[in-house]
Each structure stands twice: as structure tokens, then as C-alpha cells.
Design a protein around this ligand. Structure first.
Ligand SMILES: Nc1ncnc2c1ncn2[C@@H]1O[C@H](COP(=O)(O)OP(=O)(O)OP(=O)(O)O)[C@@H](O)[C@H]1O
Length: 449
């Protein structure tokens, strides 16, 4: 136990390389994150700390809270930033608020080039999470609760905006501390914080667990709260082992085209639990959530029934999982699918002098550019193209098939100079325009997803 005299450890950050590390604290203005901000500023220096607040706009007091947070940051002399998010009142407010909150916090971290974000979750929060997961019938991963540290790459939504991928470490330095310890610290340092009235509303499951269920469990078993959090640690270890097993299995199933259906089904037939474990891990590694048991069962059925050349397509977590040519792969965000043709851009890079790579002669290209002749057009069907001067022109359809380009990657806009088709993504440069001599540029289609 840590006495209230001791500042709660906000120990970060062992694996950071270049001091001074700038830390961000997710600051709601509530008791826990107020203690976290105060302790972090004390330990790391105000100039190295950002307080980040998300304005949800759900409560009528939201503006006051934002002002309060800004005032506290000013008093502590640390940096402050805030972002508003807009909730859709028609869907689950709690989970939506959480998702948008993380999104906003990551965006603010990216904006200030911060790689370490601290959250004020504590041991009581962990115990509540374990109970909630138990009630939902979660598996090992869910029952492992919140990890003390987790590294996140900024998500696919950001990637689609063509921003650089950032790594953000999420730290929960209070995960071993009880709520009472934080309260004692706050009193000792005369901190002021916001009491969110909705924390009293027991129609929210988490509040009911905190106010009624955990105290009842404590009556039955002293230390029940700490024990629940301890179980979470055991299960986190068990999950680690499951991940290691999945990685061994994926080593045999995963290829550069995706997951081999044949090998996946082979594993499924010898050991269903192991195959599901591998599939879940594969999704998780690509930052997709675990599918429900019901969904997973449906996928297995479809996969088993599919023929060798079948095409399947599942929507999951706003992504598409596709089976094509015997491999499962994750593709486009369904939100950007309608926009497939603009899901990327043509870039023009100079070919290095010592390279044998073909390109378009720079002076020819520049002339065309000055005349405004360079343009792109969507594929209409029936286009013919010749990359190899010694071979006849072929239809794009044939060329795509020969090059094994999956159907959903065949929609990149075609590059024209005037009326002439000069480059096709994944295929190459027209024989009439390509050269391997002199200063030249290479047109390349870069996808955002
Ligand atoms: N609006 C917000 N802006 C910034 N960070 C937030 C916000 N809401 C929550 N957080 C962060 O997420 C953590 C967990 O959220 P949770 O809803 O459990 O906390 P809270 O009860 O709102 O506030 P606190 O943890 O400060 O008492 C908080 O400790 C805080 O670090």
C-alpha cells in the first residue's frame, strides 16, 4: 500500500529514448485524473506535461468542466489542450463517448507529437471492469481487464487521412492503487475536482457495480475488489500465452497474401479452439476487435462450405475481411469504399541515376505538365494497354488477372497524358512512354488504406 504521503507513482516511461519526455494526462477534471495530473506535474515538471481534456457536450455542465480543467492546468503551470466531440444521441452513449474520447486524445497527442498518454484508471475501476466483462460472458482477453501499459498505433481512420502513423503508449500508473488512496492524496494536497452527477446514476451499469454490487461482495469476502483485480492479472498472463500459441500457429497459416484458407481450415478440423484463437489474434494484430462468438461461428461455417475459388466478404469493425484466391485479407474501410477511386493519389518520384527502373523521361513529362495534359480518369472498361514494347496490347482486365491484382485494387484511377493512357497502378508505364535512360520520373499510385 502506498501512504497518502507518497505521491502516486506516475512512473513512466522506461522505454523512452530522448529526454525530456513529454507526457500527456487524460484530464477529465474528476478526482482521479486531478490526482494524476498533480502527481505527474510534481514528478516530471510542469513544462513536460500536457493536460488533455475532451469536451463531450453530453452534460449541461460540460462547458464549465472544460473551463475548470483549463484553470487547473493554468494553476499547475502545465500545458493544456481540449477537443470537442459530437455524440450521436441515438446510439449507445457510453461506448460512443469512450471511443470518441480515445480518438480525440490520440489526435491531440499527434498534434503535439506526444507518444505517452497517462490515464487515471485505478484498482477499483479494474475490479468493476472484470465484473462487467464477466456479466457479458467475456473470454480470457476481456477478463484480463485493462492493461497497465499498451502500445497503440494510430488507427486506420487516421491512416486513411494520410497522416503519418504514430505510436502512442497508453499508461495506467494507478492500476494498483485503491480509490481511497487517491482521495487521501487529493485531500492532503487540497485539490479541487469536479463531481460528475451522472456518476451517482445507478441506471449506468458501472455505477451500480461501484455503489451496490462491489460493497455487497466485500461484505461476503473482505478484499473482493483487490482479488478481482488480481484475477485480471492472472488472466492477462494466460492471454499472453494464448497469443504466443497463436503466433506459432499463424506462422504456418499466414502468407503475404493473407491467411491461407486451406491451412486455417486444416487447423480448425484438428483443434477448433486453437484455430479461433489464431484468427482472433490475426484480427487483433491488425487493430480489429475480437468478433462475437456468434459471428465467429458463422464465419467458420461459411469458410468450411466455400469452394476453392469462392469469394467471401465480411464486414467487421468497419473493415472488410475478404476471401480471394484462397486467402483471407483485410481491406478497405467500408466508409471509404464508396470513395474507392479517391482512396489514394498518384505520386511522381525521380528514379535514382543508378537504378534500372523504367520511368517517363522528365523533360517529356514536364512539357506535358506545363500544357496541363496530365490527368486521371476512372476505369471505364475495355481499355487496352501495352507495357512491353515487344508484346501486343492487352485489355486491362487480362493484365490485372496476369498480375494477380485483387478486384478491389483494380479501381485506382488511370493516369493519362492527353488522350493517352500512360500508367496503370500495379501494372506499369505504357511502352510508348517508358524509358530506362536519362533523368526520369516514376508514377506510383499510393493508397491511403
Ligand atoms: N472528458 C475527458 N477528457 C479527458 N480524459 C478523460 C475524460 N474522461 C475520462 N478521461 C480519462 O479516462 C479515465 C477513465 O475515465 P472514467 O470515465 O472512468 O473517469 P472519470 O470518472 O470521468 O474521471 P476521473 O478518472 O478523473 O475521476 C480518466 O481517469 C481520465 O484519465
Amino acid at each position: 500500500m502506498v501512504s497518502s504521503k507518497t505521491a502516486p507513482k506516475t512512473s513512466k516511461p522506461r522505454n523512452t529514448k530522448t529526454p525530456p519526455t513529454i507526457l500527456a494526462v487524460a484530464f477529465s477534471g474528476g478526482l482521479d485524473s486531478t490526482v494524476l495530473l498533480h502527481a505527474t506535474v510534481k514528478a516530471h515538471g510542469a513544462n513536460n506535461v500536457y493536460a488533455l481534456h475532451v469536451h463531450h457536450g453530453i452534460q449541461k455542465e460540460a462547458n464549465q468542466w472544460q473551463q475548470h480543467c483549463q484553470a487547473i492546468a493554468k494553476k499547475l503551470k502545465c500545458h493544456f489542450d481540449t477537443q470537442n466531440v459530437k455524440l450521436n444521441k441515438n446510439s449507445n452513449i457510453e461506448s460512443q463517448a469512450r471511443e470518441l474520447r480515445y480518438q480525440a486524445l490520440y489526435e491531440m497527442c499527434e498534434k503535439h507529437q506526444i507518444n505517452d498518454l497517462l490515464l487515471a484508471h485505478h484498482l477499483d475501476d479494474q475490479a468493476e471492469t472484470v465484473l462487467i466483462q464477466l456479466m457479458r460472458g467475456a473470454g480470457v482477453a476481456g477478463l484480463a481487464g485493462m492493461p497497465p501499459v499498451k502500445t497503440n498505433k494510430t488507427n486506420r481512420a487516421n491512416k486513411a487521412k494520410n497522416t503519418k502513423e504514430t505510436t502512442i503508449n497508453i499508461w495506467r500508473p494507478f492500476l494498483n492503487m485503491r480509490r481511497q488512496e487517491l482521495e487521501a492524496y487529493a485531500k492532503e494536497h487540497r485539490l479541487t475536482w469536479i463531481e460528475d452527477p451522472s456518476n451517482q446514476d445507478e441506471s449506468y451499469r458501472r455505477n451500480a457495480i461501484r455503489k451496490t454490487i462491489l460493497p455487497a461482495l466485500e461484505k461476503q469476502q473482505v478484499g473482493a475488489t483487490e482479488n478481482l483485480a488480481r484475477s485480471a492479472k492472472h488472466l492477462a498472463q494466460a492471454q499472453e500465452l494464448l497469443n504466443q500459441l497463436a503466433d506459432i500457429d499463424l506462422g504456418l497459416i499466414e502468407t503475404k497474401e493473407g491467411l491461407s484458407k486451406t491451412n486455417l481450415i486444416r487447423l480448425y478440423k484438428t483443434n477448433q479452439a486453437r484455430a479461433s484463437n489464431a484468427l482472433r489474434r490475426w484480427l487483433n494484430k491488425q487493430q480489429l476487435s475480437y468478433p462475437s462468438e456468434e459471428r465467429l461461428t458463422a464465419w467458420w461455417q461459411e469458410l468450411q462450405q466455400s469452394r476453392v475459388d469462392s469469394k467471401l466478404q465480411w464486414e467487421h469493425d468497419q473493415q472488410l475481411i475478404r476471401l480471394w484466391r484462397g486467402h483471407l485479407s483485410i481491406t478497405q474501410n467500408i466508409n471509404t469504399q464508396a470513395n474507392e477511386q479517391s482512396g489514394g493519389e498518384w505520386t511522381f518520384k525521380k528514379v535514382p541515376a543508378n537504378s534500372r527502373k523504367p520511368g517517363i523521361a522528365l523533360d517529356r513529362f514536364e512539357k506535358a505538365k506545363q500544357k496541363g495534359l496530365i490527368n486521371t480518369m476512372a476505369r471505364e472498361g475495355g481499355e487496352k494497354f501495352k507495357v512491353d514494347a515487344k508484346r501486343p496490347r492487352k485489355s486491362l482486365k487480362n493484365l490485372y488477372q496476369e498480375a494477380n491484382i485483387p478486384p478491389w485494387q483494380r479501381n485506382a484511377p488511370l493516369l493519362y497524358i492527353g488522350e493517352e493512357l500512360v500508367a496503370v497502378a500495379g501494372i506499369g508505364i505504357s511502352a510508348d512512354w517508358q524509358t530506362t535512360d536519362g533523368t526520369r520520373i516514376s508514377p506510383e499510385w499510393l493508397t491511403n488504406v
